[in-house]
Design a protein around this ligand. Structure first.
Ligand code: PEP
Ligand code: MN
Length: 337
């Protein structure tokens, strides 16, 4: 059930309502929206429950949540959630732009990317320190040394750091350095990992698994929300289809679909979504036109010599050019970038 609190609700009343929900044997999850505070009361529905919840102090309305993803559902929160982590804000009228290399390679490489993407208008820096590679012989990332370089780049540029956490046992370490914990496509249904990032105070970027359905993505997000972390962004990064001309197939209808179903902000990854540098600019613009709340783009000062994913990476001039064009598209759809 969703309990929509009255606009004027004070913290005492809210605490009493939470206690009321618990006394009825349900788990209260409070979501602080821009306009209203709601309590998602999670647990089995039963006869008379709605009426019992309506007795709680400060309540404006009680409604059943029909979607299986109770907290992620737009039924629970009508306004898009704004996720903020340092310099990055995703879900408001300004589109958040996360840019940087696929992998952190060394200090010079990361600094060049960080300074370059910031100058072009990026609002966060990406870079993998723990890399999920298809082959065990491929570059696996600098691990903690890479995290330290990311922290240094944040200090130098002020950009928030977005970096992947691959395993549950690394969550504490990565959370020490990162502003946003990225859950990679291959880990979207690693439920223990989702719970672990859900227990941190860091924002989470949850990437869609290449063969996961929208409902599976939303239920994966639900694990993080249910563990107590409301700062979740969803990322469409392309899915596996019969088609081989692109690395993955990037369905931009996901933006509108997800915005219809969930209040969580939506980020598009045109780099993994296409797998080819020459396709990235147009799909970046298309993502903005489709209404994406954020972008995550791979950028390197010398893509030809990148340690990973160079073939889908923009150089700094290409990124600056696409950002300039994206500004015009954003304006056309009532956003800024
Ligand atoms: C990445 O962002 O570098 C990455 C590995 O992405 P994905 O998990 O979407 O493949
Ligand atoms: Mn990559």
């Amino acid at each position: 059930m969703i309990i929509v609190m009255r606009r004027s609700v004070g913290s005492d009343e809210l605490q009493q309502a939470i206690a009321h929900v618990e006394a009825l044997g349900l788990k209260p999850n409070v979501l602080y929206g821009v306009e209203r505070t709601v309590i998602a009361a999670i647990g089995p529905e039963r006869e008379g429950l709605k009426e019992a919840l309506e007795q709680a102090p400060g309540v404006a309305e009680v409604m059943p949540i029909l979607a299986p993803y109770k907290m992620a559902s737009r039924e629970t929160m009508q306004q898009t959630s704004v996720v903020t982590a340092g310099s990055l804000s995703v879900g408001g009228s300004r589109i958040g732009v996360i840019a940087g290399p696929c992998s952190v390679e060394n200090e010079d490489q990361l600094m060049q990317a960080a300074v370059g993407v910031k100058a072009a208008g990026a609002t966060a820096l990406r870079g993998g320190a723990f890399k999920p590679r298809t082959s065990p012989y491929a570059f696996q990332g600098l691990k903690e040394a890479g995290l330290k370089l990311l922290a240094k780049a944040r200090e130098a540029t002020g950009l928030a750091v977005v970096t992947e956490v691959l395993a549950t046992e690394d969550v504490g370490l990565v959370a020490e350095y990162a502003d946003v914990l990225q859950i990679g496509a291959r880990n979207m249904q690693n439920y223990r990992l989702l719970e672990a990032v859900g227990r941190t105070s860091r924002a989470v970027l949850l990437k869609r698994g290449p063969s996961a359905t929208m409902e599976e993505l939303l239920l994966a997000a639900e694990y993080i929300l249910d563990a107590g972390n409301p700062n979740v962004m969803l990322c469409e990064r392309g899915i596996r289809t019969f088609e081989t001309h692109t690395r993955f197939t990037l369905p931009l209808a996901s933006v509108s679909y997800l915005q219809h179903k969930t209040h969580l902000p939506i980020v598009i990854d045109p780099s993994h979504g296409t797998g080819h540098t020459y396709l990235v600019p147009s799909m970046t613009l298309a993502a903005v036109a489709a209404g994406a709340d954020g972008l995550i783009v791979e950028v390197h000062h010398d893509p030809a010599h990148a340690a990973s994913d160079g073939y889908q990476t923009l150089n700094l001039a290409q990124f600056a050019d696409v950002m300039q064009r994206a500004r015009k598209v954003a304006e056309a759809v009532g956003r800024t970038i």
